[in-house]
Design a protein around this ligand. Structure first.
Ligand SMILES: [Zn+2]
Length: 374
């Protein structure tokens, strides 16, 4: 027994004295990607903007309630206001990972598609480059190969890529006819219900009103994605949430903020669920981003698109075992097109090899752990 204790102690000492080597290849075998449609950098970095918490400008129904939940005194740091809107993002992702797009840190992140609405944005993000052919939100199969389709074509990822959306355009953006990716954007969130819980979730989703038509409430999408993570254990899971954009268009700043908060809660649940599963613990990265911004003044904060250039700046964040905890990145401009190659790099693949047009991964996100810092 004594001999065993000695051996264990000796082993621990040996390990402790060895310098931590820089990982040769990424540690993360899996990646979760969540987008919040049309969330402005103003709220992401600064929380609720008090001038929009207004009956007229923001269509806020209950001023006292909205102020109590989201508005913080301007005398305190903007940290408190943004933490009220997205607590998991600012207490966990921003401290353990990296955040791109803060203009206050000389780090504006932007779109390169010049159109500032959704299909061009999601194409840019998933194909790794803007494409002038994608100039509407029409149901047209994407001519570009997205990083999800490309990964699904690699032996190690075959059948291990899944995507869920609140927007019915997802199957077109991923060109499911060609890619054969499971892309759930409308209807029952669980395509092949196997348990009583699966059937209950599908029934419940069918009972939620189809308020916007093309976009369903995020609760359905969230339920489907969480079920997929637990049941099918994909290596790459993409979840496109949509309510933030819809409430913005409806000039309901209170519900836009509430949708941000619920999206943040979903990201936490997705992350914590993954961390509780052996396949994912310590081997999973998380990317959170948006597809476009919105207008910047009292009139057009609700809007985005060709006539709203203020919608070009965006934001994005990455957290995972290979990503150094640098927090809000300074003097590091970035573009949405860099997400595609970042998704691949996180799982050890080089998407830039697929086409000269593909933008490089976000700088300093993968393999950036310094040997002396840990
Ligand atoms: Zn929109």
């Amino acid at each position: 027994m004594k001999r065993l204790v000695f051996l264990v102690l000796a082993l621990c000492l040996t390990l402790a004295l060895q310098p931590a080597a820089r990982p040769a290849a990424p540690v993360a075998g899996n990646v979760l990607v969540v987008t919040l449609d049309g969330v402005r950098w103003q709220e992401l970095f600064g929380g609720a903007q008090p001038e929009l918490v207004d009956e007229k400008i923001g269509g806020v129904a209950d001023l006292d309630n909205t102020r109590a939940r989201f508005v913080r005194p301007t005398t305190t740091s903007k940290d408190e206001a943004r933490r009220a809107a997205m607590p998991f993002f600012w207490t966990t992702i921003a401290t353990k990972g990296q955040v791109f797009g803060d203009p206050d840190h000389n780090s504006a992140a932007r779109l390169t598609n010049g159109l500032w609405f959704s299909y061009p944005g999601y194409n840019e993000m998933l194909a790794g480059h803007a494409d002038p052919r994608i100039d509407s939100n029409d149901k047209i199969a994407n001519p570009n190969v997205t990083v999800l389709e490309w990964l699904n074509g690699r032996p190690a990822f075959k059948g291990r890529v899944a995507a869920f959306a609140s927007w019915e355009l997802l199957p077109y953006i991923l060109n499911v006819e060609r890619s054969h990716l499971p892309a759930n954007g409308e209807g029952a969130p669980i395509a092949d219900p196997r348990s009583e819980t699966d059937r209950l979730l599908n029934d419940f989703a069918a009972d939620i009103p189809p308020y916007w038509g093309a976009t369903r409430f995020d609760a359905t999408t969230m339920a489907g994605a969480l079920d997929c993570l637990k049941r099918d254990r994909p290596r790459v899971l993409y979840v496109m949430l949509g309510e933030t954009d819809e409430w913005g268009h409806e000039r309901r700043y209170d519900l836009y903020l509430d949708a941000m908060w619920r999206s943040d809660r979903f990201v936490r649940r997705l992350w914590e669920t993954a961390q509780s599963m052996p396949e994912y613990t310590g081997r999973t990265a998380l990317i959170v981003a948006t597809d476009h911004g919105r207008g910047a003044d009292a009139k057009d904060w609700t809007d985005h698109g060709r006539k709203v250039p203020a919608a070009e700046p965006i934001w994005m964040a990455v957290m995972g075992p290979d990503t150094e905890p640098l927090g809000v990145r300074a003097s590091t401009p970035a573009t949405l097109s860099q997400i595609a190659a970042t998704i691949a790099a996180i799982v050890g693949e080089d998407f830039t090899s697929s086409s000269k047009e593909v933008a490089p991964p976000l700088p300093g996100v993968v393999g950036s752990i310094k040997s002396s810092s840990k």
